[in-house]
Design a protein around this ligand. Structure first.
Ligand SMILES: NC(=O)c1ccc[n+]([C@@H]2O[C@H](COP(=O)([O-])OP(=O)(O)OC[C@H]3O[C@@H](n4cnc5c(N)ncnc54)[C@H](OP(=O)(O)O)[C@@H]3O)[C@@H](O)[C@H]2O)c1
Length: 248
């Protein structure tokens, strides 16, 4: 599988925990250079130090994906350090679920800013480089929630279904530039995602669901690796997966 991963320059947003961190570790183990973006500077710096200590190429750039200039700085740092960008993994996200009637407007805005605009900013930062290179791979993270809405998840699901639509539009538009696009929709995975829930009763029920159902975060990393490792002529456009025991 590692044939088309080794030596690739992979930028990952949301690399300080959960799926982003697991993917950084996995791809680094397969020989990729990883460029880590997130707000928690200490976490990404110590991950980059750890990977570097094992002889891997890794760089950490403190990044808030709600700020386009910061996402551009992250991607530009990858190109300045390693000469190009092969993969942009737009993974940063949060999931402060709550019923709409609770009017958690700040949570709604944060989800739109991070889950949707953050992905757009990642595309905006990577696309000019990939167009110039005439190759690259943009991977966006949606969710099972992008396919199925449930009570309490309406805004999160709206941002994640927007990521599906955006990814299909992107796929069609970047054909002339030889750029691959993948959107990955995971089911329940064990990460820190429930920490973003601001309603205690909702957080408790999601944590119980995750305890009973979730897969380890490296299941996602293997899905990313599958998409990246295919020959350049093969464009894996969509991956949807769940724990075998997850019903919805
Ligand atoms: N876990 C699941 O079951 C599941 C299922 C489907 C989809 N997903 C999606 O997977 C992605 C990763 O989530 P996760 O499960 O790994 O949760 P997580 O452990 O909470 O990780 C979320 C990551 O996003 C980053 N992030 C949040 N706001 C950010 C901002 N403004 N700027 C930059 N980075 C930001 C966090 O870093 P900082 O706080 O350090 O900035 C963290 O690294 C999300 O898009 C989520 O919607 C997760």
């Amino acid at each position: 599988m590692s044939d088309n991963i080794e030596g690739k320059i992979v930028v990952i947003t949301g690399a300080s925990s959960g799926l982003g961190e697991a993917t950084a570790r996995f791809l680094s183990g397969e020989g990729a250079a990883v460029v880590l973006g997130a707000r928690r500077e200490q976490r990404i710096q110590s991950l980059a130090r750890e990977l570097s200590a094992h002889g891997r190429k890794a760089l950490a750039v403190t990044t808030d994906v709600t700020q386009y200039e910061q996402v551009k700085r992250l991607v530009d740092a990858a190109v300045a350090s390693y000469g190009r960008i092969d993969v942009m993994l737009n993974n940063a996200g949060l999931m402060p679920h709550s019923p709409l009637e609770r009017l958690k407007i700040d949570d709604w805005n944060r989800m739109i800013d991070v889950n949707l605009k953050g992905v757009l900013y990642g595309i905006a930062a990577a696309l000019p480089h990939m167009k110039a290179q005439r190759r690259g791979h943009i991977i966006n993270v949606s969710s099972v929630a992008g396919h199925k809405v449930r009570p309490g998840s309406a805004v999160y699901a709206a941002t994640k279904s927007a990521v599906l639509v955006l990814s299909e539009g992107l796929r069609q538009e970047v054909k002339p530039y030889n750029i691959r696009t993948t959107v990955i929709s995971p089911g329940a995975l064990a990460t820190e995602l429930a920490n973003s829930i601001t309603e205690p009763d909702v957080a408790e029920s999601i944590r119980a669901f995750v305890r009973e159902t979730a897969l380890p975060a490296d299941s996602f990393a293997r899905a990313v690796a599958f998409a990246i490792s295919q020959p350049e002529e093969m464009d894996v456009n969509e991956i949807l997966f769940r724990p075998t025991r997850q019903e919805l």
